[in-house]
Design a protein. Structure first.
Length: 445
């Protein structure tokens, strides 16, 4: 049997990290890491350090870093297709899993592996075909992932009494199979929902993202380049975001990769998470309709922003829970559009908003981060290439995000991380706690 070089390398790396982690916990397990205040408890545990996540870190000033590399470095350093300009997402997966930028040969090995593993069981297509075509694409995506769960190696081997030291191995195999199949699943959903079941067969000569672009049926060759970049920059965003945390939480119960990923995709489908990319372009198009022009003046854009805020809504695509500077993922998409000479009225509006919205939001005194996030740009570029079905955008996001959350699930299994089980309190407990603390502080004064 041919040895899997990525699996071998991951096991070697994981053994070293696991031994160091166990020693750290044994010798320093009582060290206090963080404190939580009452507002954080009620407000969704915002910024509370409470989980391990190996694959990426989010810096409020610098943005996302994958194993220490920022988006712009990855665009330069990761392997590409021959004569290509954009990074291969499979190369990023390799980096996230083993903390090494792969060689061109290693990246090609992974491309070939995923192509070989990409056959979809027939019953999955039958499940999708049984759904009404107006079922939201994200619902179809989650259902399809769950429908493949009968293929789970982890679930089968756990039922047979697998030793816990082998959990990582079975999870790795499930992860490789899942990632191989997701582009075909997503493209099938797109073609059945929006193109009258006119499906496009895979092209086994293409890379993972290039084949995905091919199966979607967008003819412009630059769209393959966009998909390589898009699927790279959306791949991970440390562990505290909704899709990552949901995947981690469900995985901590020893649910297999299929059930864990499906839960993560359900979280991604929320308007406060991945669905935002759909809402941004919808908001811009509504602005165009209301103003009656695709080339609004700065004053018209300002008035539309004011009207949005006055109605109690937010400006979609602006603001982030962690970032305090423009999202590098926004900036690299802007750079892509400039480099490839992409011009459209929608993209001009995106750049216009980039000039106008931040100072307006900052002037309200209510917005900590008035800068654009990744969602502020992606929709306009997709529309440029003819992918105009806005409610499919989150599926694209989901295919990409699967890279990071599944790499991290492999690490959770390799490190033997436990069941996630935080302690909850009632509002009565919280009021009593606050009163006691205030009384103690009053006596001290």
């Amino acid at each position: 049997m041919v040895q899997d070089p990525l699996k071998v390398k991951f096991f070697e790396k994981a053994q070293i990290v696991s031994e160091k982690l166990n020693k750290l916990v044994k010798e320093n397990g009582d060290l206090k890491v963080d404190e939580i205040n009452l507002g954080q408890l009620v407000g969704g545990m915002r910024s509370v350090k409470s989980m391990l996540w190996e694959t990426s870190e989010l810096d409020p000033e610098l943005g996302i870093k994958f194993r220490g590399y920022d988006i712009f470095q990855l665009r330069e350093l990761l392997p590409k297709v021959p004569n290509g300009t954009e990074p291969l997402p499979e190369a990023l997966f390799w980096l996230m899993l083993v903390d090494e930028i792969p060689t061109q040969e290693e990246a090609q090995w992974l491309t070939d592996q995923w192509m070989r593993r990409s056959v979809i069981p027939d019953h999955v297509f039958k499940v999708l075909d049984s759904l009404p075509k107006n079922t939201h694409p994200m619902s179809q995506f989650s259902i399809a992932i769950t429908a493949m769960q009968n293929q789970s190696i982890f679930a089968r081997r756990h039922g047979e009494g697998m030793n816990k030291n082998e959990y990582w191995n079975a999870t790795y195999e499930d992860t490789m199979n899942l990632l191989a199949r997701l582009p075909r699943i997503a493209a099938y959903i797109y073609r059945r929902t929006f193109h009258n079941d006119n499906h496009i067969n895979p092209d086994i000569t293409l890379d993972w993202a290039g084949n995905f672009a091919h199966m979607l049926g967008v003819p412009d060759p630059d769209f393959k380049r966009l998909m390589r970049l898009y699927l790279t920059i959306h791949a991970d965003h440390e562990g505290g975001n909704g899709s990552a945390h949901a995947t981690h939480l469900v995985g901590s119960t020893l649910s297999d990769a299929y059930l864990s990923l499906s839960s993560g995709m359900n979280a991604l489908a929320g308007p406060l998470h991945g669905l935002a990319n759909q809402e941004v372009i919808t908001w811009i198009i509504k602005m165009v309709d209301i103003l009656g022009t695709e080339t609004p003046s700065d004053e018209q854009v300002e008035e539309y922003i004011k009207a949005t805020l006055a109605s109690g809504r937010v400006v979609p695509g602006y603001g982030h829970a962690v970032l305090r500077k423009p999202d590098p993922r926004f900036l690299v998409q802007k750079q892509f559009a400039e480099e490839y000479g992409i011009k459209s009225n929608l993209i001009n509006i995106v750049w216009q908003l980039f000039r106008i919205a931040p100072p307006m939001l900052e002037s309200t005194g209510k917005v900590k981060n008035p800068w654009p996030n990744v969602d502020a740009h992606s929709g306009a570029i997709l529309v440029h290439y003819g992918l105009t079905e806005h409610n499919f955008y989150t599926v694209l996001f989901g295919v990409s995000r699967s890279l990071g959350v599944l790499a991290s699930l492999c690490w959770s299994r390799a490190l033997g991380l436990g069941l996630e089980r935080p302690k909850s309190v009632s509002t009565n407990w919280l009021h009593a706690f606050a009163e006691k603390q205030l009384a103690t502080k009053s006596k001290a004064n």
